[in-house]
Design a protein around this ligand. Sequence first.
Ligand code: SF4
Length: 88
Amino acid sequence: MTMTTTSLAILPERLRANAWGRYYVTAECDACGLCAAYAPANFASTFDRSYYAILHQPEGPQEEKAVRTAMMVCPCRCIHDDGDGDAA
Ligand code: SF4
């Protein structure tokens, strides 16, 4: 008898505070604020300051680059791109 296993991808929790769209922050965020330093037009702290989230999806190449940089420097690796090119 052959046993098969099914691995289910465990998706990180997408914070509800994120603006709808391609980029989002998950609950692993430690609220360090680095993302907002790199992309101040796109990230902001949540009301209770326990997380940062995408306040505005990037518009134009400069904001897109800033968000991509924030993804690279985020110490918690909790900024994600769902791969959907529709950032609106
Ligand atoms: S850089 Fe990452 S861990 Fe820091 S506040 Fe932004 S999303 Fe959260």
